[in-house]
Design a protein. Structure first.
Length: 169
């Protein structure tokens, strides 16, 4: 099909008031005469150039936004990593910090809570209280498993068991 034939076909399509098309993106139907039709070969009409320019600008803005979001995500990941490392360091140091803390009374569990503490064991030679301790730094919060342990302790659902039951054989 030559250039003249293509131009004639485009004029016919745009001149027909009954022809409708559907947008592949939004699925909206519209009269074909409202569309910007042009041959594939040859210069683009001004309306098509304008649409291409808009898409290119939108693409540049999306790329910029994506770069900024990626940078913020990397920075947040870095802050989170540092916070986790500080928290782990604090968990390791808590048993030896301060007068209230006697490291020989503390036993590391790690998960789901950080420590079990046998209060009085070292100073008085008898266990006066057993505590479960979860160490948090900054804005740290207890997770659901830690909350379940806390609720079980507060409800008195704690027991002592010797294995194997009945003693050694």
């Amino acid at each position: 099909m030559g250039g003249e034939e293509v131009a004639r076909l485009i004029r016919e399509l745009q001149g027909d008031r009954g022809l409708r098309a559907e947008c592949p993106e939004c699925k909206r139907t519209f009269a074909l005469r409202e569309a910007v039709l042009f041959p594939v070969r040859g210069p683009l009409p001004e309306a098509a150039e304008s649409v291409i320019t808009e898409y290119e600008q939108e693409l540049r803005e999306r790329k910029k936004s994506l770069r900024e979001r990626r940078k913020r995500a990397q920075e947040a990941a870095g802050r989170s990593r540092v916070a986790t490392q500080v928290g782990q360091l604090m968990e390791a140091l808590v048993p030896v910090l301060g007068d209230r803390v006697l490291y020989r009374e503390w036993r590391a569990l790690g998960d789901p809570v950080d420590y079990v503490v046998f209060r009085g064991l070292v100073r008085r030679g008898r266990v006066e209280q057993v505590e479960f301790v979860e160490v948090k730094t900054g804005a740290g919060r207890t997770n659901p498993r830690q909350k379940m342990v806390q609720q079980a302790v507060e409800a008195g659902r704690v027991r002592f068991q010797v294995l194997p039951e009945g003693g050694r054989e």
